[in-house]
Design a protein around this ligand. Sequence first.
Ligand SMILES: Cc1cc2nc3c(=O)[nH]c(=O)nc-3n(C[C@H](O)[C@H](O)[C@H](O)COP(=O)(O)OP(=O)(O)OC[C@H]3O[C@@H](n4cnc5c(N)ncnc54)[C@H](O)[C@@H]3O)c2cc1C
Length: 385
Amino acid sequence: MYHSDIIVIGAGPAGLSAAIRARRVRTYNLLTSSVTIISNSSPGGLADWTKVRMTGDGWSYEKGEVISRLMKDVEDFCIPVIQERVTGVEREGDLFRVTTDKGEYTSLAVVVATGMRMTWNEREFFKKGLFGTLKGYRFMEDHFRELCEREQGKTMVFVGTREMDKTVEFFQEINKGRMDVKRVLDSGDNILGYGDGMVVRTRDGDVRGDHVLIDFESYMLSTYTGDMIACDKDRENFIISRGRCAVDEGLFAAGDVTGPPFSLAKAVGEGTTAGLESYRYAYSKKFNKEAPVFAFYPIHKDGKPTYFQIPELEDRFRPKILGGYEIRGGKIVFRECELDHSEFNMALIEMCDGTRNMGELRRELGDVDPVIRALIHGKDLTVEV
Ligand SMILES: Cc1cc2nc3c(=O)[nH]c(=O)nc-3n(C[C@H](O)[C@H](O)[C@H](O)COP(=O)(O)OP(=O)(O)OC[C@H]3O[C@@H](n4cnc5c(N)ncnc54)[C@H](O)[C@@H]3O)c2cc1C
């Protein structure tokens, strides 16, 4: 038994897109998978606390729009978001063991979408003492000049990777001793968040200043978030994925953690690919055959479509009703589907409690397929173990 078919680590645009896509597979003969997101900060990632736009030449989605749409889907599809920090991912036979600062979770597949740096509660302090290097050095030059003039005698705390020296050097050229400078080296797990003040909370104690500058340039040159897992990485520590976001068997990576370009559109695109690929992987593990994910991966070239066949489940993959239901006006009402309030339907629903597999349901009740199909189609039934 394991916790979730797929565990997605990180709740930025890449992780949210992966989780939604892995959960939301809408063809008639597919069982939806159980998906869990684990993220150390509230959902949104970097895209939620800076002014990030998903943009083309003639169109643009503002940050709030993209993240709020993704979050609505996460809620609609009942994807649990566990707020914990992942410290390690290890393979154990057929499963992955994901260790966090509070517990352990197991899954068939893992999607790593941890971005270029860990986010904490920065969004609470953004532009209230906390800044980030962005828009390039020309913009920073103007910003530093104005800040050093205004804040003489105060303290600036730089947070970044070991590559941050270049930014500090650049600041010092403009500063000319007017502001004090402190550095906090982000080594992947030493920063615990930010506090009023401005305080950088680290495992070694609080570092106080008047301003904090997060040096994104240094993270873009060398990241830490992939450290939790042993897999191929490039010289800058970004995870190397082969085609279709695959890193290793059952292991996928998406978004900034795979390196540049750092972009919302790329994160959503790779997240979508990693979500579908992890779904296909989990499905083939469970049913020992290719998932017929029509349109995304046409596979019925042999002219033998398997529409409406609901696969038998092995004992260890038990079905469970995901959404709650209520009884209204002679109908059993789910989130997306309604059934007649008959004795047969009630018996079936009560049996879908995670203790019987599909074969047992059929043996006990006869032809349950039309009802099961309606529940699956309405995304009210999932496979959960
Ligand atoms: C200042 C700035 C401005 C930007 N502007 C734009 C823009 O205008 N347009 C654009 O397209 N892109 C822009 N970007 C880039 C864009 O924000 C990122 O490419 C995008 O957010 C990447 O998404 P992601 O999901 O890969 O990572 P992130 O958004 O970084 O999300 C990573 C998630 O993983 C979590 N996480 C990390 N480590 C762990 C762990 N160990 N355990 C649990 N959870 C963990 C984090 O808390 C976070 O939730 C900008 C970036 C910056 C820094």
